[in-house]
Design a protein around this ligand. Sequence first.
Ligand code: PLP
Length: 363
Amino acid sequence: MAQIYNFSAGPAVLPASVIRQVQSELVSYKNSGMSIMEISHRSSLYTDMEAEAEKNLRKLMSIPDEYDVLFLQGGGTLQFAMVPFNLARKNKRAGFIDTGHWAQRAIEEARLVPEIKADIVASASSTNYTTLPDVPNLEKEYDYVHLTLNNTIEGTMYRELPNALNGQILVGDMSSNIMAQRYNVGDFGLIYAGAQKNIGPAGMTVVIVKHELLDDRPELPAMLSYVKQAAKHSALNTPPVFAIYVAGLVFKWLLDQGGVDEMQKRNEKKAEFLYNYLDSSRLFSAPVKKDARSITNIPFVTGNEELDQRFIVAAQENGLVNLKGHRSVGGMRASLYNAFPFEGVQKLVEFMEKFEQSVGGNR
Ligand SMILES: *Cc1c(COP(=O)(O)O)cnc(C)c1O
């Protein structure tokens, strides 16, 4: 099989060694004679596996003891509603930083929750989301302020948290850069991330939440209640066993590689290699302003849609797949998550140089 480099934004590339391990233990998990997909979620085979996955995630992200770690279903998208259902209690008002597509989905869903007000406190719309917005000092009292740490589609990322948030409870969507960039969990009230970008297969969502924020809400359906999910160790109903298992293998792989700081270093190196080329190219360019650039999702364009299309097709024929940008912004996008190897970025830049020469380097 020819070597393929998968630049997909999600579901995305997983470590090759993890895929091979899944294959080798698929038929009989830990000599049980059953695959991981067939075991009971009430058996110790499952509970031991889940406990180890949680322990390793806590280690990787240095998660303090006063935080609950949940493995839920419904993706990042269910968290857009579950967060306001559980946390927007006292003032029934949450603040949102509008950094683009996923932040807007979060705002829309929060507004569907009865009685909740969702205020946009800052927006990058004036630059078409190629920058991160300045956050004003927040005067109103919010139950929480929601921030999308990495904007998967627009290609912007927070390296540091905005200062003005001081004192507000921060909720962070880390779906596309969890463990790609180091953040301090203690700065957040709640963090969530769908698994299928930087953790494992779709079907599992990581939620990390400060225990003191969870008070009982008996009126909430059980599946929407963090308290009830936490009380049952994320096994209130049948959990996504296979997805948790693969995520657990990825957590182990991350620890073996040197953890989040090592991943961040490698991701910065991969991203810098591509940005350096984009900034020097006469054909390709990166629309995002330098200080806002993501290290995991890198959009780029030629400035000519027909040429973009030709590039995507030619790249695909050369084993560089899934480079098409999101339909809402067009152009190309290279997603360089933890499991994406540096060689793949070198191959991409080599190919882009050739393509640039072939079209004469003119826009
Ligand atoms: C992909 C994505 C989501 C949505 O995730 P699903 O798991 O598909 O619901 C939410 N936020 C961000 C930042 C994303 O990249």
